[in-house]
Design a protein around this ligand. Sequence first.
Ligand code: SF4
Length: 706
Amino acid sequence: MPFARCYMCKNMCGIITTVEGKTVRVSPNKNHPQPGICGRGAAGPYLLNHPDRLKSPLIRKGDKLVPTDWDTALNEVVKVLKELRDEGHPEYLAITFHDYGKEILERFANLYGTPNLIGHESVCHGPRTVAAQLVLGAEGPRSIDPDYPNSKFVVFIGRNPLEGIVPDIVRRIDEGRKKGLKIAVIDPRKSAIAQRYADRWIPIKPGSDTAFLLSVIYYMIRKGMYDEDFLRKYSNAGLIIYEDDLTPTGEYSDNLLYEGVKDGRKVATAFKLLEKEGEKVYPRLKDVTGATYDDVEYIAENLWENRPSAAIDDGWHTSFSIDSTYTWMSAFIINAMIANIDRKGGLVFAKKPKVKLYDVSNVKAKKIDKIRYPLTYAAFQEVYRAILTGNPYPIKVLFVVGTNLDGRDPNSELVRRALEKVYLVVVDVMPSEVTEYAEVVLAESTYFERDELPLPVGWSLDGWIDIHQKTIEPIYDTRSLTWIMLELEHRLGLSNETFEDLKKRVLSQLKVDEKELYEKGCVKVYQGDIYEVYPYKERLNTPSGKIEIYSETLKKYGYYPIPTYIEKNIAPRDIDEFYLVSGHTLYHTQDSITFDIPTLIRIQPDNPVMINSKRAQALGIKDNDEVEVISLTTGAKVKCKVKVTDAIREDTVFTYFGFGRHAKGERFAYGHGFDVNSLISDQITDPISGSIAQSLNIVKIRKIVM
Ligand code: SF4
């Protein structure tokens, strides 16, 4: 009975697979720290005999992709990659992916010499991840998470774990609810988590999150709702700053709200300066955010009364606005104010083991997105720009691994132009819009047909490693991503390591017994304390080693070093204009694998625009009417159905992303829904994280009169 991970999305839940006759079945692995399975996962076995799946490598002949053998396909890719290396520019290769395959792709990129392994984060968790690094020194995604089962109050900002689902997170929230966990949701839409769980739903204006959180900070400081001892000891709240140029004096004050004069210049502590940022927006709370003072008090008082077993959730889909990094910095600072960091029921550092599959890096060039956004985690729109303009340097070859850029990235028109121009190699199980632009397609085996390396479990707080074993031999002429990348390494002369060699690397790094791991399927490798490690026993990975309310890194790179609200001049100005916001459906990912599954597309066949009932009435629009949606930022127009609801602000419309499939190879998904990315600009970004301000796009809605 193979132990496996579900790869229907990027969460990689623990499952068990069985074969009965010709049928493969999946069930949750109850002994796994992150057990599956959700509706998408349950549909996974359909992939095996899916009529559309990629059944062999393909190579472009004129305007057609034709089947070929692995030698021909790989040699073609190797020829192109060798040319770049011989030119002395391995950095002209970019690789993009969506979490899956990170370790093996990181290895390949470093051995080959390109820094440009760039994921999807600028449309997802980029701002939250950059803010977590700046304030807490936390490493990358999934490195911190609320301890939901032991928490008494959690605030979700724009995150909706019931649709952007990880089954185990839902289970942990449920466990907390059984013990009395209260939940508040801040979101312009009454999302599934707001409908099912929220004790309070606060429908703030899109793009006003920073103003709301700074107002909470201001209220809490004025009411003395902060743990002075904790902040004094573990944060730079008391760091004294020159107010004229916001440089630090290097001195600390015990009085966290100290103001004075030094060297003839006005000075104040970082905490006092933060209070002043709150003071700038608090009097305008209603105008700027649409929230009430009672909302601010509710959040502040519940966090304070339940401290330290309370948290502002660390968010996930956070690329909303031009100040989203400051939103998440504010959220982490509020968490620190109630001293919940790494405490039971608070915001806990995942004690996750790390693996690295390579020893030396041949990377010499600067990562292309870091040239414009030095602090970004990933800003893939810079790759499109480089393909089309050659600036800041050209990207000539693009590898797309298991992700559909057409469904993922804003400004679809730009995406398509770039894909037409670049030499494109796609590795995937299913065809998608991206496959149609490829020069070479490397057909990947489904997760039932491939072995994977042992890896750390993504969403567990207490340090586990798991395995993934194949259920059956590949049905078609397909290979695993690991095999493909190792084969490219060998043919390029970069290494002669095998799958078994890489497995040994992982097992020796994590000091895990192979026999035990393969018998149990997953093993806990971290044996230390779960709570009260960071910053109590271990320094944080920030320049000061402390929680940074004043960010030395932001200052060094020329940014405003304390969270501040940035005024926006983008807003709907007429009765038929709306903020456009988007999110996850429960049944699909924005990648290539779910939309073309008949059961899933039947359950969620399209993405109507959700519009508030009062505004719909004013515009003469009824449920299911067809409307035209025109983006005032990109100029694109789409037609779609309307869902009239009370569960959204009057000035905002919502839809699910990933729809609008137009690849002929996807027979079940073809023609379903519309592409929200065509309505979203890639030009409005958060200058710190480089993430796309997806909630700052205004659309006009017009009823189509037949
Ligand atoms: S969330 Fe669902 S689809 Fe994603 S890995 Fe887990 S079970 Fe599979």
